[in-house]
Design a protein around this ligand. Structure first.
Ligand code: COA
Length: 174
Protein backbone atom coordinates (compact mmCIF):
# COMPACT_ATOMS: atom_id res chain seq x y z
CA UNK A 1 0.00 0.00 0.00
CA UNK A 2 1.16 3.52 -0.71
CA UNK A 3 2.34 5.55 2.27
CA UNK A 4 0.14 8.37 0.96
CA UNK A 5 -2.96 6.45 1.99
CA UNK A 6 -4.56 9.18 4.11
CA UNK A 7 -6.54 10.69 1.23
CA UNK A 8 -7.89 7.25 0.32
CA UNK A 9 -9.38 6.48 3.74
CA UNK A 10 -13.17 6.52 3.80
CA UNK A 11 -15.02 6.44 7.12
CA UNK A 12 -18.64 5.26 7.09
CA UNK A 13 -21.16 3.75 9.50
CA UNK A 14 -21.12 -0.02 9.79
CA UNK A 15 -23.89 -1.34 7.55
CA UNK A 16 -26.19 -4.36 7.66
CA UNK A 17 -24.21 -5.92 4.84
CA UNK A 18 -20.90 -5.81 6.71
CA UNK A 19 -19.83 -9.16 8.08
CA UNK A 20 -19.62 -9.23 11.88
CA UNK A 21 -17.53 -12.41 11.58
CA UNK A 22 -14.95 -10.47 9.55
CA UNK A 23 -15.12 -7.52 11.93
CA UNK A 24 -14.53 -9.87 14.88
CA UNK A 25 -11.55 -11.44 13.10
CA UNK A 26 -10.14 -7.98 12.42
CA UNK A 27 -10.48 -7.14 16.13
CA UNK A 28 -8.69 -10.35 17.12
CA UNK A 29 -5.84 -9.69 14.65
CA UNK A 30 -5.42 -6.07 15.78
CA UNK A 31 -5.65 -6.76 19.53
CA UNK A 32 -3.20 -9.69 19.34
CA UNK A 33 -0.36 -7.33 20.21
CA UNK A 34 -2.13 -6.43 23.46
CA UNK A 35 -2.86 -10.10 24.22
CA UNK A 36 0.87 -10.74 23.73
CA UNK A 37 1.52 -8.07 26.39
CA UNK A 38 -0.67 -10.13 28.74
CA UNK A 39 -3.58 -7.68 28.49
CA UNK A 40 -6.86 -9.49 28.09
CA UNK A 41 -8.89 -6.78 26.37
CA UNK A 42 -12.36 -8.09 25.50
CA UNK A 43 -11.57 -7.55 21.80
CA UNK A 44 -8.65 -9.99 22.02
CA UNK A 45 -11.10 -12.89 22.24
CA UNK A 46 -14.74 -11.72 22.02
CA UNK A 47 -17.15 -13.84 20.01
CA UNK A 48 -19.39 -12.62 17.20
CA UNK A 49 -22.40 -12.28 19.52
CA UNK A 50 -20.37 -9.93 21.71
CA UNK A 51 -19.31 -7.92 18.67
CA UNK A 52 -22.99 -7.67 17.67
CA UNK A 53 -23.94 -6.50 21.15
CA UNK A 54 -21.11 -3.95 21.26
CA UNK A 55 -21.81 -2.46 17.81
CA UNK A 56 -25.56 -2.35 18.30
CA UNK A 57 -25.43 -0.54 21.63
CA UNK A 58 -23.70 2.44 20.03
CA UNK A 59 -22.72 3.80 16.63
CA UNK A 60 -20.06 1.74 14.93
CA UNK A 61 -17.91 3.21 12.15
CA UNK A 62 -15.52 1.48 9.81
CA UNK A 63 -12.56 2.78 7.84
CA UNK A 64 -12.24 1.55 4.28
CA UNK A 65 -9.30 1.66 1.90
CA UNK A 66 -9.89 0.34 -1.63
CA UNK A 67 -13.40 -0.78 -0.54
CA UNK A 68 -11.93 -3.03 2.14
CA UNK A 69 -12.67 -2.58 5.85
CA UNK A 70 -9.34 -1.92 7.58
CA UNK A 71 -10.37 -0.27 10.84
CA UNK A 72 -13.21 0.38 13.22
CA UNK A 73 -14.38 2.41 16.21
CA UNK A 74 -17.57 2.46 18.28
CA UNK A 75 -19.15 5.60 19.70
CA UNK A 76 -21.49 5.54 22.71
CA UNK A 77 -23.59 8.15 24.48
CA UNK A 78 -24.10 8.32 28.25
CA UNK A 79 -25.93 5.30 29.59
CA UNK A 80 -27.03 4.13 33.02
CA UNK A 81 -26.33 0.57 31.89
CA UNK A 82 -22.56 0.98 31.80
CA UNK A 83 -20.45 -0.13 34.75
CA UNK A 84 -18.32 3.00 34.50
CA UNK A 85 -19.58 6.01 36.44
CA UNK A 86 -17.71 8.46 34.21
CA UNK A 87 -19.56 7.13 31.16
CA UNK A 88 -22.91 7.84 32.85
CA UNK A 89 -22.20 11.56 33.10
CA UNK A 90 -24.40 13.90 31.10
CA UNK A 91 -22.59 15.28 28.06
CA UNK A 92 -19.85 12.63 28.13
CA UNK A 93 -19.83 10.35 25.09
CA UNK A 94 -17.17 7.68 24.81
CA UNK A 95 -15.47 5.52 22.23
CA UNK A 96 -14.26 1.94 22.31
CA UNK A 97 -13.35 -1.07 20.22
CA UNK A 98 -10.82 0.93 18.19
CA UNK A 99 -8.77 -1.26 15.89
CA UNK A 100 -6.77 -1.10 12.67
CA UNK A 101 -5.66 -4.01 10.52
CA UNK A 102 -2.06 -4.79 11.59
CA UNK A 103 -0.67 -4.60 8.04
CA UNK A 104 -2.17 -1.13 7.67
CA UNK A 105 -1.21 0.47 10.93
CA UNK A 106 0.76 3.70 11.27
CA UNK A 107 -0.98 5.19 8.22
CA UNK A 108 -3.11 7.51 10.39
CA UNK A 109 -6.24 5.40 9.96
CA UNK A 110 -6.90 5.35 13.73
CA UNK A 111 -6.29 9.08 13.90
CA UNK A 112 -8.96 9.56 11.24
CA UNK A 113 -11.37 7.28 13.14
CA UNK A 114 -10.80 9.23 16.36
CA UNK A 115 -11.33 12.59 14.62
CA UNK A 116 -14.49 11.23 13.01
CA UNK A 117 -15.84 10.18 16.43
CA UNK A 118 -14.98 13.60 17.87
CA UNK A 119 -16.86 15.34 15.05
CA UNK A 120 -19.80 12.97 15.46
CA UNK A 121 -19.90 13.81 19.18
CA UNK A 122 -19.83 17.55 18.44
CA UNK A 123 -22.66 17.21 15.92
CA UNK A 124 -24.73 15.46 18.58
CA UNK A 125 -24.11 18.18 21.13
CA UNK A 126 -21.73 16.19 23.31
CA UNK A 127 -19.15 18.53 24.87
CA UNK A 128 -16.80 15.76 25.98
CA UNK A 129 -15.46 12.50 24.55
CA UNK A 130 -13.94 9.86 26.82
CA UNK A 131 -12.29 6.47 26.39
CA UNK A 132 -10.51 3.88 28.46
CA UNK A 133 -7.45 1.76 27.99
CA UNK A 134 -5.21 -0.53 29.99
CA UNK A 135 -2.97 1.17 32.53
CA UNK A 136 0.09 -0.82 31.31
CA UNK A 137 -0.52 0.18 27.63
CA UNK A 138 1.74 3.22 27.91
CA UNK A 139 2.01 3.66 24.11
CA UNK A 140 -1.78 4.08 23.90
CA UNK A 141 -2.03 6.41 26.90
CA UNK A 142 0.72 8.57 25.41
CA UNK A 143 -0.98 8.71 22.02
CA UNK A 144 -4.35 9.66 23.50
CA UNK A 145 -2.58 12.31 25.57
CA UNK A 146 -1.00 13.73 22.39
CA UNK A 147 -4.53 13.93 20.96
CA UNK A 148 -5.67 16.00 23.94
CA UNK A 149 -7.12 13.33 26.26
CA UNK A 150 -6.44 13.69 29.98
CA UNK A 151 -6.64 11.01 32.65
CA UNK A 152 -9.82 11.58 34.68
CA UNK A 153 -10.10 8.33 36.61
CA UNK A 154 -9.62 4.60 36.77
CA UNK A 155 -11.86 1.62 36.20
CA UNK A 156 -11.72 -2.08 36.93
CA UNK A 157 -13.92 -3.86 34.38
CA UNK A 158 -15.16 -7.32 35.33
CA UNK A 159 -14.04 -8.79 32.00
CA UNK A 160 -10.44 -7.59 31.95
CA UNK A 161 -7.30 -8.63 33.85
CA UNK A 162 -5.89 -5.11 34.21
CA UNK A 163 -6.92 -1.77 35.65
CA UNK A 164 -8.02 0.80 33.06
CA UNK A 165 -7.42 4.49 32.90
CA UNK A 166 -10.31 6.68 31.86
CA UNK A 167 -9.22 9.56 29.62
CA UNK A 168 -11.35 12.43 28.38
CA UNK A 169 -11.17 15.41 26.07
CA UNK A 170 -13.27 18.56 26.13
CA UNK A 171 -14.27 19.07 22.51
CA UNK A 172 -13.66 22.54 21.17
CA UNK A 173 -15.65 23.77 18.18
CA UNK A 174 -13.92 22.46 15.05
C1 COA B 1 -3.76 1.69 18.32
C2 COA B 1 -4.14 1.55 16.86
C3 COA B 1 -5.65 1.62 16.72
C4 COA B 1 -3.46 2.68 16.09
O1 COA B 1 -3.84 2.56 14.73
P1 COA B 1 -2.99 3.26 13.57
O2 COA B 1 -3.88 3.42 12.38
O3 COA B 1 -1.72 2.56 13.38
O4 COA B 1 -2.71 4.69 14.24
P2 COA B 1 -2.20 6.01 13.51
O5 COA B 1 -1.41 5.67 12.28
O6 COA B 1 -3.35 6.95 13.37
O7 COA B 1 -1.19 6.54 14.58
C5 COA B 1 -1.68 7.02 15.81
C6 COA B 1 -0.53 7.35 16.72
O8 COA B 1 -0.08 6.18 17.35
C7 COA B 1 1.32 6.00 17.15
N1 COA B 1 1.51 4.58 17.05
C8 COA B 1 0.88 3.74 16.21
N2 COA B 1 1.27 2.49 16.47
C9 COA B 1 2.15 2.55 17.50
C10 COA B 1 2.91 1.59 18.22
N3 COA B 1 2.84 0.28 17.94
N4 COA B 1 3.70 2.00 19.22
C11 COA B 1 3.80 3.30 19.52
N5 COA B 1 3.10 4.27 18.88
C12 COA B 1 2.29 3.88 17.88
C13 COA B 1 1.63 6.79 15.91
O9 COA B 1 2.97 7.23 15.90
C14 COA B 1 0.67 7.96 16.04
O10 COA B 1 1.15 8.95 16.92
P3 COA B 1 1.19 10.49 16.45
O11 COA B 1 -0.20 10.81 15.89
O12 COA B 1 1.50 11.29 17.65
O13 COA B 1 2.25 10.52 15.38
C15 COA B 1 -3.63 0.20 16.25
O14 COA B 1 -2.24 0.10 16.51
C16 COA B 1 -4.34 -1.01 16.81
O15 COA B 1 -5.33 -1.48 16.25
N6 COA B 1 -3.81 -1.54 17.92
C17 COA B 1 -4.41 -2.69 18.60
C18 COA B 1 -5.74 -2.34 19.23
C19 COA B 1 -5.65 -1.16 20.18
O16 COA B 1 -4.62 -0.89 20.80
N7 COA B 1 -6.79 -0.46 20.31
C20 COA B 1 -6.95 0.60 21.27
C21 COA B 1 -7.32 0.01 22.59
S1 COA B 1 -7.65 1.26 23.82
Amino acid sequence: MSTNVEGQIRIRPLSESDSLEELTDLLHRAYRVLADMGLRFLATHQDVATTRQRVSSGHCFVAEVDDKVVGTICYYEPSRKTGCDYYKKKGVAHVGQLAVEPMQQRLRIATRLMLHAENFARERGMPELALDTAEPAIHLIEWYARMGYKIVGHQQWEVTNYRSVIMSKVLQDS
